[in-house]
Design a protein around this ligand. Structure first.
Ligand code: NAI
Ligand code: MG
Length: 478
């Protein structure tokens, strides 16, 4: 069995103690593909010490910004070089399409390129106080930044926070998700290593959330935290951050609704549904997990969605022509099954799917439930599966009320050909991003984050780097 190690201080190392091993499975066939060591306090201590030492050496802080940018572009190049082999391993551990797995490496590389462009644009201000004082501001890094990453985008999500953190001059310790640590601790670490990143600036410790994760967020030398995952764990992270009064970037999932107005182009609704809730088996924080359709077109929309669901080919990410890949784990699959059951019990109807697929691997049918009411669990909770809850409305205000009636506010969408209604609805919906006539339209350059319990930070785009910088004001008496 292939063993994967931590990447600490520029070396691949075993855990300090003979810890438990964690087997990593391929969700498409349930076969074990590798083993990691469950990192514990001592491993996190070692990584944070290395990061702190690297930070205090000022190797990155004092690096000429142009040189820092060049180093980041080297990291990007090295990540691109390993996208094929890295993508194959990511596909095996995560289950997503091979093309999407390889694409994660390309996207990760793009993050490093994008934020490399900011290293020499972290500008302060001069502030008029009075003629006897010269006052200016400078942005400085925090020191050691700790990143807790989920399993749905193991590589691109690391790059999303790491590229910002690095461009800002911090040292970073990363704890990948225990379900998908392999491509990160091997190929991604290798790319960082090959690019010549000075030792200790980027460290990766694998392990469980409640062991390695908790040790990281509670470490006294971790000065800033970034987390993406569930609201439940997000609150644990925020409590830990509050305990030490350090800032935390949190992105906590969603229950994002598409509002379909009576004049919508139904083709666009169908295309958006295909990517919005069925790509990556719906395991995307900003997935289109609810649809709120005007009653005048509901039957036609459901008809088209039924055809869509029936046309999807289910299979492993590396099979030809596959549309619907597996759920990440047996636990997650059971969670989705329970939601399917709860939906029926509370009076919703299965238009399509609702069951696990009778084959090896954690496959769940493309699922569409109609007659969903806003107070049902399947309309309120993040299911994280290929599961669309369809609700019906009569008048516009009701649609907006339903769309905004969850604790989440990550994304939202509207389908209409009327530009006035598009902008009005975009304004009325509570969400950090609103898609019109499509889904997932953003890029690295567009800010991403939540309203309400989906979190308050913004990642991507230029302003994201500010989460990794603190502001200092200097006043000089002339
Ligand atoms: P999770 O939020 O518990 O895990 C995400 C990351 O946090 C993993 O790296 C995990 O090891 C770490 N973690 C867990 N507990 C921790 C703790 N006490 N301290 C520090 N780190 C900790 O998510 P999980 O358990 O994998 O999935 C549960 C549900 O969360 C899913 O069904 C889904 O609804 C939601 N989720 C949402 C994601 C999103 O992108 N919005 C991503 C992953 C999960
Ligand atoms: Mg958990």
């Amino acid at each position: 069995m292939k063993q994967y190690k931590h990447y600490i201080n520029g070396e691949w190392v075993d855990s300090c103690k003979k810890n438990k091993k964690i087997s990593v499975l391929n969700p498409a066939n349930e076969e074990v593909i590798g083993e990691i060591t469950a990192g514990i306090d001592e491993d996190i201590n070692r990584a944070v010490e290395a990061a702190k030492k690297a930070y205090l050496s000022r190797v990155l802080v004092d690096m000429n910004p142009m040189e820092r940018a060049k180093l980041m572009r080297r990291i990007a190049d090295e990540i691109r070089k390993i996208s094929k082999e890295g993508g194959a391993l990511l596909c095996a551990e995560n289950g997503k399409l091979l093309s999407a797995s390889e694409n994660e490496f390309h996207e990760a590389a793009n993050y490093f390129d994008y934020y490399s462009g900011l290293t020499d644009k972290i500008e302060g201000q001069t502030i008029p106080v009075n003629s006897q004082v010269m006052d200016y501001t400078v942005y400085e890094p925090y020191g050691v930044s700790g990143h807790i990453v989920p399993w749905n985008f193991p590589i691109s999500m690391i790059a999303r926070s790491l590229a910002c953190s690095f461009a800002a001059g911090n040292s970073t310790v990363i704890k990948p998700a225990e379900l998908t640590p392999l491509a990160t601790s091997s190929f991604f670490a290798q790319a960082v290593h090959n690019a010549g990143v000075p030792k200790g600036l980027i460290n990766i410790v694998t392990g469980y959330g409640n062991e390695a994760g908790e040790a990281l967020i509670n470490h006294q030398d971790v000065a800033q935290i970034t987390f993406t995952g569930s609201v439940k764990t997000g609150k644990v992270i925020l409590h830990a951050a509050a305990e030490r009064a350090v800032p935390a970037v949190v992105e906590l999932g969603g229950k994002s609704a598409a509002v379909v107005l009576p004049d919508a182009d139904i083709n666009k609704v169908v295309n958006a549904t295909k990517i919005g809730i069925f790509s990556q088996a719906g395991q995307i924080c900003s997935a289109m997990s609810r649809m709120i359709v005007h009653k005048s077109i509901k039957d036609e929309v459901l008809d088209q969605l039924y055809k869509l669901a029936g046309s999807l080919k289910i299979g492993a990410g590396n099979e030809e022509g596959v549309d619907l890949t597996p759920i990440i784990s047996e636990d997650q699959l059971q969670k989705v099954e329970n939601y399917a059951r709860s939906g029926l019990q509370s009076g919703a109807n299965a238009v399509f799917g609702g069951k696990r697929v009778d084959r090896k691997g954690y496959f769940f049918e493309p699922t569409i439930y109609s007659d969903v009411k806003s107070d049902m669990t399947i309309a309120q909770e993040e299911i994280f599966g290929p599961f669309l809850s369809v609700l019906e409305y009569d008048d516009y205000d009701e649609a907006v009320e339903i769309a905004n009636d969850t604790k989440y506010g990550l994304a939202a969408g509207v389908f209409t050909n009327d530009i006035d209604m598009a902008t009005k609805t975009a304004s009325d919906l509570n969400g950090g991003q609103v898609y019109v006539n499509s889904w997932f339209t953003g890029s690295i350059a567009t800010p991403f984050g939540g309203y309400k319990q989906s979190g308050y930070s913004r990642e991507k785009g230029q302003q994201a780097i500010k989460s990794y910088l603190q502001l200092k004001n200097v006043g000089i008496q002339l």
